[in-house]
Design a protein around this ligand. Structure first.
Ligand code: GLA
Length: 732
């Protein structure tokens, strides 16, 4: 059973296949964190709350309440009453005082998992998941706080979320509502986060935690290129295969904080939630606030196990798109091919060549609307520029379809250019502070999506285009972050709701879109990969990973992304060289192998590349058709990382039934005078035999896993190779 409650011991025990999470209640009703780790058989261990040692619980020693609060492992700490570590819930009353203290009242355990209104959240059937709601109350404020835990047994995942309900008569202000807290004893933890910048997203960063608070965060209005809403604490010996890992990942696409705080008593408080900056929610009587979901994962088998739990979980329980288990069409996008300089003829020429090579979809990127010929105008004017698309959109799409390709289109719906018809008629729809010149970024402003009229207008302008022609795919971009937080719609007291209401507006737009166009393949994007987060996966099965398409830069970006996201979600394309971000020249073959570890597609002018490269596209198309299912559905293993070894990168995807495995090896730098490199494969069946397809050689699974496979040195830098192992009957 996934969730048990022992009335006598006052303990909740939440079990997944390999992990247990235990919550205990004190006599006063404090909800304490007892345990998260390897699966336990029995419910028990009251001593873990340390209520029998000084500074005792408040009912045993009233004088020491603050010492107790500053030490007790809380499931959901509240601010203002004496727990000086990071609080998760800060509530201000009408008198202007900050203080809240919650105690257990009741709980319920149910099969399945309710959805979170207006927010993305994981889902599952009654067989997949069970949910525990612990209801607490602050009797003074008449504030109800529901701590929800959902247990996904098979994937070893527990999700948490918080709902706060004002049952009293006072207008309350929520100044902070985080979604998750984990109070652990320090085990010499190191913290892993994903750091980046535009074109350098999600590089893995690891370091020992120190006393005090260390965090990653975003106050940019989106999850961002710079930090990622993910944090893991790992024991120092942790590798891909060994060590303990506690991970938290936020199902949200706006401001966030992910923090570890090493305290005076060597405990660690790990928290995650909406960033406090410029956040204050008016909780009027009878109203409620739903905080987004956090995904919790524990592994005692290193980072690899965490990775595979998250991959399985997102594939099964976060992505809703009908494409999630389907082959994605191989697309060619005209961005790096033409930038803004294209017209019907150019697009049709690309489509014709693409068709010959076996490509399946043409995506028309930025520049088809308004009078947009550079990035300085027309966002908001979502009508086709017939000077460029001379035949009109419908006719273009039909012609592309006749050539034999599906058609996709780019939008940036959340934005407004100062130089646009929309801005002329509705300057008040832009987020800005009256009397202050708003900061432009990429010469654009952000639309005020807290305003339902703006949301509906925006939706209609996108939907009108999609209704006008048979469009199969949308790339939904967002090319600047929020600043100058003024809203003509929100009143003076609710301005600090703008950040969150903006994100809710984005979710509403995407929900409307997939509701009206359920078979649309949606790819989210934000100046490359700035809004790659679990929240967006709820709406789109894939997200553009980075504007950096250089195969070598992509190794680090995709390694960091694949640490927590399935390969099927990672937008990856082969582009032309010298690469547009770094000017690097890499072999066409290597670019294909790296893009294969993602959704796969092209981002180049196929009419201009050499015959030889065009022929290689046909081969790569075959390669994709051969491996797409394995890559989308298989188990991912990271074997080597060139950011650690400075020479080579290697990963493996193994089918769930272990009947085949694909190893990708990239020799980033050639080394003189070297021998072959021994790579130990993972997860093969030790009692089976595997044939290396390329050479016909046969190896036992145990040999490949324990002794390894020899990869011969390649001539030159940036070389790569695929190795496909298929299970065979040795004697056949
Ligand atoms: C962003 C995207 C690119 C491209 C441009 C168009 O940077 O990440 O792929 O669509 O916008 O302006």
């Amino acid at each position: 059973m996934g969730i048990q409650f022992s009335k006598s011991k006052k303990i909740f025990k939440l079990d997944t296949l390999h992990t247990t999470y235990m919550i205990g209640l004190t006599t006063e009703g404090y909800v304490g964190h007892m345990y998260y780790g390897t699966r336990l058989q029995n419910i028990g261990g009251e001593y873990l709350l340390r209520t029998e040692e000084a500074p005792f619980t408040p009912s045993k020693n009233k004088r020491e309440k603050s010492s107790f609060l500053d030490f007790f492992p809380m499931e959901y700490p509240t601010g203002g009453i004496g727990d000086y570590r990071e609080s998760c819930l800060n509530v201000r009353n009408e008198d202007g005082c900050l203080g809240c203290e919650i105690h257990y009242v009741t709980h319920s355990i149910q099969k399945g998992k309710p959805s979170l209104k207006g927010l993305p959240a994981s889902f599952g059937s009654d067989e997949d998941v069970m949910t525990l709601d612990i209801t607490c109350i602050d009797n003074i404020l008449q504030l109800k706080v529901i701590l929800s835990y959902s247990v996904f047994e098979k994937q070893d995942i527990i999700t948490r979320s918080i709902q706060v309900i004002n049952q009293g008569k006072e207008n309350l202000k929520l100044e902070k509502v985080y979604s998750s807290c984990l109070d652990l004893d320090n085990q010499n933890f190191e913290m892993i986060t994903l750091h980046g910048s535009w074109a350098r997203e999600r590089h893995i960063q690891r370091g020992k935690i120190r006393y005090g608070k260390q965090m990653v965060s975003s106050a940019r209005g989106e999850s961002g290129h710079q930090e990622h809403p993910f944090i893991a604490l790992v024991t120092p010996e942790t590798t891909q295969d060994y060590g303990e890992v506690y991970g938290m990942h936020f199902v949200y696409s706006g401001n966030f904080i992910a923090q570890a705080e090493l305290t005076q008593f060597d405990s660690v408080r790990m928290v995650m939630g909406i960033h406090q900056e410029e956040f204050c929610w008016n909780l009027t009587p009878k109203s409620s606030f739903q905080a987004p979901e956090v995904v919790l994962v524990y592994s005692n088998e290193g980072l690899g196990k965490m990775t595979r739990s998250l991959h399985d979980f997102y594939r099964e329980h976060m992505i809703r798109s009908p494409y999630k288990h389907k082959k994605r069409p191989i697309l060619i996008n005209n961005w790096e091919a033409t930038y803004f300089d294209f017209n019907t003829e150019k697009l049709l020429a690309i489509a014709k060549e693409a068709k010959k090579a076996g490509i399946e979809m043409l995506v028309m990127d930025d520049g088809w609307f308004g009078k947009r010929n550079s990035d300085n105008s027309s966002l908001g004017d979502w009508f086709v520029n017939e000077e460029k698309i001379t035949s009109g959109l419908k006719s273009l799409v039909e012609q592309v379809n006749e050539i034999g390709l599906e058609f996709g289109i780019w939008f940036e719906p959340e934005m407004i250019s100062p130089d646009s018809n929309l801005y002329k008629s509705h300057p008040e729809w832009a987020i800005q502070i009256p009397g202050r010149e708003a900061t432009q970024s990429r010469e654009q402003y952000v639309l005020d999506l807290s305003n339902p009229v703006v949301v509906n207008y925006t939706y209609e302008s996108v939907a009108k285009i999609l209704r006008s022609a048979p469009i199969s795919y949308v790339k939904w971009d967002m090319n600047r972050q929020l600043s100058d937080l003024g809203s003509a719609y929100l009143n003076k007291d609710s301005k600090q709701e703008l950040f969150h209401r903006y994100v809710l507006g984005v979710y509403q737009l995407q929900e409307m879109l997939i509701h009206e166009f359920p078979y649309l393949l949606l790819e989210n994007c934000s100046g490359g990969g700035a809004r790659f987060d679990p929240g967006m996966l709820y709406y789109s099965p894939q997200i553009w990973c980075s504007d950096d398409t250089d195969a070598i830069e992509r190794l680090k970006i995709q390694e960091g992304t694949a640490l927590i996201y399935p390969l099927s979600t990672i937008g990856a394309h082969v582009s032309d060289c010298p690469n547009h971000s770094v000017g690097r020249i890499t072999p066409f073959e290597t670019r294909g192998h790296v893009a294969l570890a993602g959704t796969f597609g092209y981002e180049l002018d196929i009419t201009k590349i050499s015959e030889k490269e065009r022929a290689m596209i046909s081969k790569q198309v075959d390669m994709y058709h051969k491996y797409h299912e394995l890559i989308r559905e298989g188990d991912y293993y990271r074997i080597a990382s060139w950011s650690e070894n400075q020479h080579y990168d290697c990963w493996e995807v193994v089918s769930k039934d272990k009947k085949e495995a694909l190893v990708t090896f990239v020799q980033v730098l050639g080394i003189p005078n070297s021998h072959s490199r021994k790579i130990k494969l993972k997860a093969l069946n030790p009692h089976s035999y595997y044939q290396l397809e390329e050479t016909g050689e046969i190896f036992s699974g145990e040999l490949l896993v324990s002794a390894g496979f020899l990869i011969k040195g390649m001539w030159g830098d940036y070389q790569s190779k695929l190795y496909h192992f298929i299970e065979v009957d040795k004697f056949s």
